[in-house]
Design a protein. Structure first.
Length: 259
């Protein structure tokens, strides 16, 4: 009975993938990974603990089966992006990567530090602490922050490979020409330093257009996924009462689920 229950628990974990595209030509350039347990998407910390504890072998095996197919489709090596919070320590981080290395090449991993509630200084300090513990120099490094335009481009150019932002940031400034001009200049500065700006949660064509006009070259979200992958609607999109935002949704296909 115990073995049966353990098997049942393992099958509850499902990888959730968000493809990342080059916005100008819809080229697939990477995959962000989240983990679903039952009807709940795990937080970045819970997902991290699941893998570093050694209980995510079945999950990593599922991901391992898909990675070569995506690389072949894109005709280049793709990075798998994992989000980490500031609660991780070097010992647990080593265990996390030891588990990943059993199934996946570390050279195709990307770590994005979720620092959206921290000041830019604390975000950078904590990110550097985490990045110093990465076991492979080829692992890509990124920061997700709620106020990304407050970073000093010169300070982050040697620390990260990408800066991830929510589309809400773009919406906030699109009516302010002065702010839009400043943010466009900031983004172009990072582009010249080869730091990728990734716009997340792009839902509509207008979201994508706005991101491109801001100088953002990379994006991910429901609109891009639905227009690139085989369509099979499984849930109805609902608008939140009293809000212009839509609830996050995911669609299940034959063997994976895309957010």
């Amino acid at each position: 009975m115990i073995n049966f229950m353990n098997t049942m628990q393992k099958t509850l974990y499902t990888p959730i993938f968000t493809p990342r595209f080059h916005l100008s030509d819809s080229t697939l350039v990477g995959i962000e990974v989240k983990i679903k347990q039952g009807q709940r998407i795990l937080s970045s910390f819970d997902a991290f603990r699941l893998i570093q504890s050694g209980n995510g072998a079945d999950l990593l095996e599922q991901i391992k089966l898909h990675l070569p197919q995506w690389c072949e489709k894109a005709d280049m090596p793709l990075h798998l992006s994992w989000e980490l919070c500031g609660k991780v320590n070097p010992v647990d981080l080593k265990l996390f990567f030891d588990e990943l290395a059993l199934f996946l090449p570390l050279s195709q991993m990307e770590i994005v530090f979720d620092a959206h509630d921290l000041s830019t200084k604390d975000a950078l300090d904590n990110a550097q602490r985490i990045f110093e513990s990465l076991p492979d120099r080829r692992i890509r490094r990124g920061i997700f922050h709620s106020r990304p335009f407050e970073f000093n481009p010169d300070e982050i150019s040697g620390c990260i490979d990408l800066l991830k932002l929510k589309k809400g940031i773009i919406r906030e400034i699109k009516e302010d020409m002065s702010a839009a001009y400043q943010c466009h200049a900031f983004i172009e500065n990072l582009n010249t330093k080869n730091i990728e700006i990734v716009a997340d949660d792009l839902y509509s064509k207008s979201d994508v257009t706005c991101a491109i006009l801001m100088g953002i070259r990379y994006g991910q979200g429901y609109f891009l996924s639905r227009n690139q992958m085989p369509q099979k609607v499984t849930k109805t999109l609902k608008k939140r009462p009293g809000s212009d935002d839509y609830e996050r949704r995911f669609d299940c296909f034959q063997d994976v689920a895309w957010i």
